[in-house]
Design a protein around this ligand. Structure first.
Ligand SMILES: [Ca+2]
Length: 352
């Protein structure tokens, strides 16, 4: 009898949990429908580090939840494997038709540690990770893709998430009128772009040179000097304070036999390691600016000096801010990023 009672209680508890989960899922879907999805462009030096790849997964998870629309992905790392890799990740998440543009004459042409292995991975005769793109050499230029994506959206709506070198967006600012828009690049950005959410620089108490800036300092300098709309920068110190846990890579991606994020992470460095979440923070802020994950600095102006160090000078009229985090925010951001990066592509269908 006692066992029967226990079994009934357990069944009731399971049912209650199911109801709570369903309510929670409906609540998420409902809240996502309240605000229009953020039209978002992702510009990345994917392949240099692993945070770009996790950030692309986070963006897809947010797109699946209806919180953003991924308009295009452009690459600032000048290697022909970047675009096919982006395409296989997009295809994995059911968005293989996302436009991709590539940099030419850009920085860091080396292959990196994981692009080729995943692009070429085969199980028997079949590609492990299907993709549409075959010839990266024939890919459109990043600036053309950026201009087309901006021109097609409502004024003042687009958010650019830039997590590599500023090469493409500096060239965008300098671009002339073309078949996509009669406006110059600077005019087009001023008209269409609401926010540049950029991972670049270091705004912590001990500023050091940051990779995205010192690899392409002229482009970073130009963007901070000439970008005509709001910029929110995630500095080196933000991603450094929030590590992606190796335990999540080991435990949360087993819903498929082969997961591109997990396999890239395992190839990038010797497991187990907790990697900094630099690029993920810019993606999260871009789509969820109002969730209290981060505190914004006062407004001001960011500059890049001759030693490639970034400086933030507060001013009421400034259009730049940088992210700040406290201990509670660090825990919340890490939790959100783990949930989003490891979210299965079928999440939205399952929640309905
Ligand atoms: Ca990056």
């Amino acid at each position: 009898m006692a066992e029967v009672t226990f079994g009934a209680r357990a069944a009731a508890r399971v049912a209650l949990i199911a109801v709570l989960w369903a309510t929670h899922a409906c609540g998420l879907a409902g809240s996502a429908r309240v605000a229009a999805p953020v039209p978002l462009i992702f510009d990345t030096d994917i392949g240099n580090d692993i945070d770009d790849t996790l950030a692309l997964g986070v963006i897809h998870a947010l797109a699946i939840r209806g919180e953003c629309r991924l308009l295009a992905v452009t690459t600032s790392k000048d290697n022909p494997l970047c675009a096919p890799f982006v395409d296989l990740v997009n295809t994995f998440y059911g968005r293989g038709d996302t436009p991709i543009g590539v940099v030419r004459g850009g920085k860091t042409p080396e292959e990196g540690r994981y692009l080729r292995k995943l692009v070429e991975a085969r199980d028997g005769e079949r590609l492990r990770y299907p993709r549409n793109l075959v010839d990266a050499a024939a890919m459109p230029d990043a600036v053309a893709i950026l201009r087309r994506a901006l021109a097609g959206e409502a004024d003042g709506s687009v958010v650019l998430v830039v997590v590599g070198f500023s090469t493409n967006i500096a060239r965008l600012l300098d671009s002339p009128a073309d078949e996509h828009s009669p406006l110059t690049g600077r005019e087009l950005v001023a008209k269409k772009c609401r926010l540049l959410s950029i991972m670049a620089g270091n705004y912590g108490p001990k500023p050091t040179k940051e990779y995205n800036v010192f690899i392409a300092p002229e482009a970073a300098r130009q963007v901070y000097a000439a970008w005509p709309t709001e910029i929110v920068a995630s500095g080196y110190e933000i991603g450094q304070a929030i590590k992606y846990p190796a335990a999540s890579i080991e435990r949360d991606f087993g819903y498929v036999a082969h997961h591109p994020l997990r396999e890239a992470y395992e190839l990038f460095d010797k497991m187990p390691y907790d990697r900094e979440t630099w690029d993920l923070t810019s993606a999260l802020y871009a789509v969820r600016p109002d969730r209290g994950y981060f505190t914004l600095s006062e407004p001001g102006t960011i500059t890049v000096d001759d030693k490639q160090l970034t400086h933030f000078a507060p001013s009421a009229a400034g259009r730049h801010r940088h992210l700040k985090v406290d201990a509670e925010q660090i825990a919340r951001v890490r939790e959100a990023l783990v949930m989003l990066a490891s979210q299965p592509p079928g999440h939205a269908a399952a929640a309905r």
